[in-house]
Design a protein. Structure first.
Length: 342
């Protein structure tokens, strides 16, 4: 199971955190303290239009105002290894150019739900995508560090498989926490490549370079965050390839049944459809005070909630509450295998 390290204070919201995070409803739309405990009802908010609707299929609503920091997948490479092996980065960027969030969802589902092997799942992705055509041949030994959760293992194996196809003697090796593997990647003697996540790694290096209280530079803007990463990476001896479309980040899901009923695909559309304040929000217990969660939804989108149910951070409790119709909308992760189309 992945240990998720999240950017909890998106850059765009740092100026409003004090006003938004005091308690559930501190922005004026979230209800009373009983709301934070799940005690108030949709009816008390004056409507039922967006009350929970049960359903087996979850669907993520588009974060069209970039509330969340962009955690797109991208290759992290030891800078010396990248310079020494000119074919290395182009091969990894070829993977990134083809990879989508739907791919992550389906591959996570294949391993975690269908119980297929990481190796077979990665090989199937490589064989079904024209990744290596036109790439220069490389040589030498490259070890890819695979973070120790399903998605990290799959991505590490894909990177290694593609590097093999273009001539490298490549292998994937499971690594531990980011604090440990970044040090190893910077050193470059044991691992030379790791699949990473844009905003999370940007802030990890930002704190390494500028101290634990460094001003955040990551945001919901992919290109701006990638640009901010470059000088930080060069200071620690790392190089990063272009980000993929694929992202594993905080997201908010509803049942397909509710989305179809309301005819919504984005959080902005949900806010327009649910002005009666009948939504029930589910997520981790800290959601009512975290700017990426309830205060952010209220401030950025103008969403109004009848109540909040404290559950978990994108885990089985939240997903079950959405599907059972206990909550209207809940915090999930955008590449979760349970989001695969049934």
């Amino acid at each position: 199971m992945r240990t998720r390290f999240r950017i909890l204070v998106p850059l765009a919201l740092t100026v409003v955190v004090t006003a938004a995070c005091g308690s559930s409803g501190s922005s004026g739309t979230g209800g009373s303290s009983s709301s934070a405990a799940g005690g108030s009802s949709a009816a008390a908010a004056g409507g039922k239009a967006c009350a929970p609707v049960a359903g087996d299929q979850l669907v993520v609503l588009k974060d069209d105002k970039a509330l969340q920091s962009a955690d797109n997948v991208l290759p992290a490479v030891n800078a010396q290894a990248s310079t020494k092996n000119p074919a290395l980065m182009p091969a990894l960027e070829a993977v990134a150019a083809k990879l989508t969030t739907d791919d992550l969802v389906n591959m996570n589902n294949a391993v975690d739900v269908q119980r297929k092997s990481v190796e077979d799942t990665a090989a199937a992705w490589v064989s079904s995508h024209d990744v290596t055509t036109g790439l220069a041949k490389g040589s030498g030994t490259i070890v890819v560090g695979s973070p120790g959760f399903t998605e990290g293992k799959i991505l590490g194996t894909i990177f290694a498989d593609v590097l093999k196809k273009v001539g490298f003697s490549a292998s994937a090796r499971e690594v531990g926490s980011r604090d440990l593997y970044l040090k190893s990647l910077i050193k470059g003697s044991e691992i030379q490549v790791v699949p990473e996540y844009l905003s999370t790694v940007t802030e990890a290096i930002n704190k390494q370079v500028n101290g634990p209280n460094a001003t955040p530079v990551a945001s919901g803007d992919v290109q701006a965050t990638y640009t901010a990463l470059q000088p930080l990476a060069s200071k620690v001896g790392l190089a990063f390839g272009k980000p993929s479309e694929a992202a594993d980040e905080n997201a908010f899901a509803v049942t397909q049944a509710l989305a179809d009923k309301l005819k919504v695909t984005s959080l902005s559309e949900l806010a327009s459809a649910c002005s009666d304040g009948s939504l029930v929000l589910g997520g981790p217990t800290e959601c009512p005070t975290r700017p990426f969660c309830q205060p952010g939804l209220e401030k950025t989108y103008g969403l109004k909630f009848a109540s909040f149910k404290g559950l978990d951070a994108g885990g089985p409790l939240t997903k079950a509450a959405i599907t059972k119709g206990d909550v209207s909308i809940g915090l999930v992760f955008s590449s979760d295998g349970s989001l695969a189309k049934k």
